[in-house]
Design a protein around this ligand. Structure first.
Ligand code: FAD
Length: 375
C-alpha cells in the first residue's frame, strides 16, 4: 500500500530508462547532464546489469578485415564506413567520458589471425577504403610477431595488426559509468523488472515487479534500453538474441600475448586479462542453439575454444581453464543499431550486436537528445 507521499512524489518521473547496460546508463547520464532538474530513474532487473555490458570481452574495436568483408555482403560500402566511424568515434567518446585510467584502457592494438596466409594482401584495399576516416593506414603486416606471441606457426600463417584498437577492463568501465551516472542525480532501482507499460494521455504507466508485488510508476518519457530482451516489451522490434560465451584461464606462469586478437571473421576472439587469457565466441558453430535469451554454456563451443587455445594460441604451454560465463547480445539483418520511437513518449535504443562497447555511449546520447528534442 503506497503512502500519500509516495503517491504524490516518489512514483513520478520525467524519464524512466529500462536497462542499466551501456546504452541505458549513457541515455540517463546524458539526459540528466543536459537537464539537471528533471527526475530520471534507471530500472534494472538484475543486481548488476544482466545482459551483455558486464559480460563482454572489453575489446574497443571496429572490425577486422575479414569481419568488415563479411559485413560488406549485407551492408553497402557507405553504410559500413558510417558504421566504422560510429564504432571508432564511439570508443573515443566512451574513453573521454570516463577517462582512460578509470576504465584501464590500453591502446595495445588489435590483431587478426590468418590461417590461409593471404590476408595481408587485402590490407592495401581496406587501408585505402578507411583513409577518409583515419587519414593514415589502419592495418599493417604483423607476421613477424607470430612466433613471439607463441602461436603455432604451422596453423597461424598470417597476422594483420589494426593500430586503432585497444582493450579496457569491462568491470571498471561499468563501475565508472554507474558512479558517474549516479553523481548526476539519476535514481537507480535494481532487481526490479519492468513487466509492462501503458501509453496514456498524460504519460506512461510503468508496471514493475517488487517484493510486495507489482507496482505502478509514472513517467513523462520511457526509454527501453533492453537490447536482446526488448521483444518482451516491444514485440515489433526487429532483432533476435545471440548468446556469447567467454572462458578465462587461471593465472599463467608465463606471459600471455598482449593485444586483442580476432579470428574466424570476428566470431572468435582472445586477449590477455592481467596474467590470464580470456577467450570467447565461436557462436557460428551453433547459431541456432545460441539464439536464446537464456544464459548457459554450450559444451560444443566450449570444447572448440579450449581446443583452439591448446592447438594454436598457446601450444605446449601449461594452462588451465578457470571458469566460463555467458552474456546475451542482440542482432538483426543490418549491423546498425535500432533507434525506435513507437510513440511520442516511448523510445528504444537497441540491437548493439557484438560491438556495443564502442557503439553504446553514442547511441545512448543520441537517444537522450531525441527524447528532449521531441518534447
Ligand atoms: C560474451 C560477450 C562478449 C562481448 N564482447 C564485446 C567486446 O569485446 N567489444 C564490444 O564492443 N562489444 C562486445 N560485446 C557486445 C556488448 O557487450 C553489447 O553490445 C553491449 O553491452 C550492449 O549494451 P546494451 O546496454 O544495449 O545492452 P545490455 O548490456 O544487455 O543491457 C540491457 C539491460 O536491460 C536489462 N533489462 C532487460 N529487460 C528488462 C526489464 N524488463 N526490466 C528491467 N531491466 C531489463 C537487462 O538486465 C540488461 O542489464 C560482447 C557481448 C557478449 C555477450
Amino acid at each position: 500500500m503506497l503512502s500519500y507521499w509516495e503517491k504524490s512524489t516518489l512514483v513520478h518521473h520525467d524519464l524512466i530508462v529500462v536497462g542499466s547496460g551501456i546504452v541505458g546508463l549513457s541515455a540517463a547520464l546524458h539526459y540528466q547532464l543536459a537537464h539537471p532538474k528533471k527526475k530520471v530513474a534507471v530500472i534494472e532487473r538484475g543486481l548488476f546489469p544482466s545482459g551483455a555490458s558486464t559480460k563482454n570481452a572489453g575489446f574497443v574495436c571496429f572490425g577486422s578485415i575479414s569481419e568488415l568483408a563479411e559485413n560488406a555482403r549485407t551492408d553497402s560500402q557507405d553504410e559500413l564506413l558510417s558504421l566504422v566511424e560510429k564504432r571508432y568515434k564511439g570508443g573515443l567518446e566512451l574513453r573521454q567520458l570516463l577517462g582512460d585510467t578509470n576504465i584501464d584502457y590500453r591502446p595495445i592494438g588489435g590483431y587478426e589471425l590468418d590461417f590461409q596466409g593471404d590476408l595481408h594482401e587485402r590490407m592495401a584495399t581496406f587501408n585505402e577504403w578507411l583513409k577518409p576516416l583515419f587519414k593514415s593506414p589502419v592495418f599493417s603486416d604483423a607476421r613477424d610477431k607470430i612466433s613471439s606471441f607463441g602461436f603455432d606457426q604451422t596453423k597461424v600463417k598470417g597476422l594483420v595488426k589494426n593500430l586503432f584498437e585497444g582493450s579496457l577492463d569491462t568491470g571498471k568501465m561499468m563501475d565508472a559509468f554507474a558512479r558517474k551516472t549516479r553523481e548526476t542525480g539519476v535514481q537507480f532501482y535494481t532487481q526490479t523488472e519492468v513487466l509492462r507499460y501503458e501509453d496514456q494521455l498524460n504519460g506512461v504507466e510503468v508496471t514493475v515487479s517488487t517484493t510486495d508485488g507489482p507496482l505502478q510508476l509514472f513517467t513523462d518519457q520511457l526509454a527501453l534500453c533492453t537490447n536482446a530482451f526488448t521483444k518482451t516489451l516491444l514485440p515489433e522490434a526487429d532483432l533476435e538474441p545471440g548468446r556469447g560465451m567467454v572462458l578465462i584461464t587461471k593465472p599463467l606462469t608465463w606471459a600471455p600475448p598482449q593485444g586483442t586478437f580476432h579470428y574466424h571473421s570476428g566470431y572468435n576472439y582472445f586477449r590477455n586479462a592481467g596474467s590470464r587469457i580470456l577467450l570467447g565466441g565461436a557462436r557460428h558453430l551453433d547459431l541456432k542453439g545460441e539464439t536464446t535469451t537464456k544464459e548457459g554454456i554450450n559444451i560444443l563451443l566450449k570444447e572448440q575454444l579450449i581446443e583452439d587455445l591448446k592447438s594454436f594460441i598457446a601450444p605446449n604451454r601449461p594452462l588451465e581453464i578457470d571458469y566460463a560465463w555467458s552474456g546475451i547480445m542482440a542482432f538483426g539483418e543490418g549491423k546498425a543499431p535500432l533507434l525506435l520511437h513507437p510513440s511520442a513518449r516511448v523510445h528504444a535504443a537497441v540491437r548493439l550486436g557484438g560491438m556495443g562497447v564502442a557503439l553504446g555511449t553514442g547511441l545512448g546520447k543520441e537517444l537522450a537528445q531525441h527524447i528532449f528534442d521531441s518534447r
